[in-house]
Write a protein that binds this ligand. Structure first.
Ligand SMILES: Cc1cc2nc3c(=O)[nH]c(=O)nc-3n(C[C@H](O)[C@H](O)[C@H](O)COP(=O)(O)O)c2cc1C
Length: 208
């Protein structure tokens, strides 16, 4: 059993998602003590965004040293992902969507003919059989009410993961973090209890 944990917050030790990802990993390791953990911190150690000098390393055929460098990084990130049975992603809402560091990670792992392919039926994800837990802290409220239509975070993540075949995705939201101490404490408590509830199913140790 391999767990890949990814953080993308830029808030360091103050990050809500980083704390909740750590808690989720702890639950998963308790359920599966022999599991191996791989950790990527995209907030502290970001992946370069694709540029005109590097994009062919991911989307076409590498020819230049820069393109080969990007291809090597894409290969490494995809191998980490391919090896994972369980993915835990800390994906805070930044400007109604995901942090750019996480978007750069997706730009390196959504790779034609490697993690997705187009066939007669349309696009096919090539990384099936994985489970993902995505932690989504947000300053505001988007799961209900007028802001639901401007949630470009959760539908987007669902699409990005589903596109490469990762369709068993559980989202845990911590919402209204910016609405004062009481709302923040309540949101964290709900998120923690949801993580504790879903971890055994994601770890594959839940009782039927
Ligand atoms: C650059 C930036 C953009 C943000 N944009 C939004 C936003 O669009 N909507 C929202 O509800 N909260 C927004 N927030 C608040 C974060 O979602 C909230 O602080 C959350 O705790 C961040 O997760 P983290 O603590 O793991 O970094 C933003 C925070 C940052 C730093």
């Amino acid at each position: 059993m391999n767990i890949l944990a990814i953080n993308s917050s830029v808030s360091g030790d103050a990050s809500v998602s980083r704390a909740l990802v750590a808690e989720a990993v702890q639950h998963l390791l308790e359920a599966n003590p022999d599991a191996a953990l791989t950790y990527r911190d995209l907030g502290d150690d970001p992946i370069a965004h694709l540029t005109s000098a590097t994009v062919s390393g991911v989307r076409a055929v590498a020819e230049t040293p820069e393109e080969f460098g990007t291809k090597a990084l894409s290969d490494e990130l995809i191998e980490e992902l391919r090896a994972a049975d369980i993915l835990v992603i800390g994906a805070p809402m930044y400007n109604f969507s995901i942090p750019t560091s996480l978007r750069a990670w997706f730009d390196h792992v959504l790779r034609p003919r490697v993690t997705f392919a187009y066939g007669a039926e349309g696009p096919e994800g090539l990384l099936p059989g994985k489970r993902a837990l995505v932690i989504e802290p947000r300053g505001g409220l988007y799961s209900e009410g007028p802001n639901a239509v401007i949630d470009f975070q959760e539908p987007y993540l669902k699409q990005l993961l589903g596109f490469i075949g990762i369709t068993d995705v559980t989202f845990v939201r911590a919402e209204r973090l910016g609405y004062g101490d009481e709302a923040r404490a309540a949101a964290l408590e709900i998120a923690r209890s949801q993580i504790a509830d879903v971890a055994p199913r994601i770890a594959g140790t839940a009782r039927p």
